[in-house]
Write a protein that binds this ligand. Sequence first.
Ligand SMILES: Nc1ncnc2c1ncn2[C@@H]1O[C@H](COP(=O)(O)OP(=O)(O)O)[C@@H](O)[C@H]1O
Ligand SMILES: N[C@@H](CCC(=O)OP(=O)(O)O)C(=O)O
Length: 372
Amino acid sequence: MVAHLSPATCPLLVVKVGSSLLVESDGSVRREWLETLIADIAARHKAKQKIVVVSSGAIALGARRLGFEKGGRASLADAQASASVGQILLSGIWAELLAAQGLTAAQMLVTLDDLEDRRRYLNITATLDRLLGAGAVPVLNENDSVATEEIRFGDNDRLAARVAQAASANGVVLLSDVDGLYDRDPKDPEAQLVPEVSKVDGRIRIMVTGDSSSGMGSGGMASKLDAADIATRAGIGIAIASGLRDHPLAALDDGAPYTWFAPREGGSARKSWIGGRLSVKGSIIVDAGASKALRGGASLLPAGATHVQGEFRRGDVIDIVTAEGETLARGLSEYDATDAVQICGKRSSELETILGAVPRQVLVHRDQMVLL
Ligand SMILES: Nc1ncnc2c1ncn2[C@@H]1O[C@H](COP(=O)(O)OP(=O)(O)O)[C@@H](O)[C@H]1O
Ligand SMILES: N[C@@H](CCC(=O)OP(=O)(O)O)C(=O)O
């Protein structure tokens, strides 16, 4: 098996399947193709690789049955109603086809909020762990019918990366309608596949254009790069590969091309959870001295802060931003914003006079902070 994704190097793999692969343009399920993917999953399961599936397709499937236009994406209400109809069909198909291979399907529908709230995140972790331990194949999707616009992932690429973190997976494969990341719009005949990426930076992001090309998915290549950034920071490698072939996982073993985003060294699970958080409640602007200290691994002291923005509570995730506007770090605030405003720029010895009791000397502790 291809080394990056073999059971030996990757005992737990997340497989994400895009809408365009699962649903035909007439709204029917690509059942024969899905049977070939599930045969690949069963082969890996037999080789002792645990698999978690992230399956899109609920909105695309449901929209056609409700007679909605624009693939059910004309409004949030359409998308939510479509997802309700589509999800029950989608889950049924996964359960049926996995059972045909002797595998037990387990459905989990999660929202962005579920993965961003620490307690619920840990609950998801525990459930995944128990299911995988019992030999089931968890099939996840976003709980589209309840998630509001503000708390939606909207694409399953980033969801797959966050699920990989929650499951402590070793690798992710995003199956799409393209062989991987190209160095420019893949419609350009000069476009070349990028086989490996060590860091998702501006040089990589500039290669990507537009939204979903199929019109059925939502994220396009940009959300796959976001997913790659989240996963690799958590020490999880991620592949973007084509699902247009039958047996798409076996095809990788037989030499089909793909783009590999290598996992980054270091970083604890807690820190990667902080770094991957998508909803940030506020920010603290810091001076040049604090920027330097933070880059050197120090905690953020009130003395180095110049401004506080947003309304956050102690324990919320905030960004730490330089005077030039660069987001330097993300971390858990030790103070409510109202208190943080008062101690901004003050020396440690002054804190008690300002706030009365001083439970903590730092605004953000280095153990609760990740440099970006
Ligand atoms: N540099 C690029 N390399 C590869 N694909 C790109 C690039 N820029 C834009 N794309 C587009 O991104 C599409 C994949 O995203 P999307 O349609 O959302 O897939 P899915 O539904 O599988 O999540 C490709 O089909 C391609 O048209
Ligand atoms: N949760 C949505 C999928 C979101 C989405 O479109 O994802 P993708 O096709 O992977 O870009 C659904 O099931 O329809």
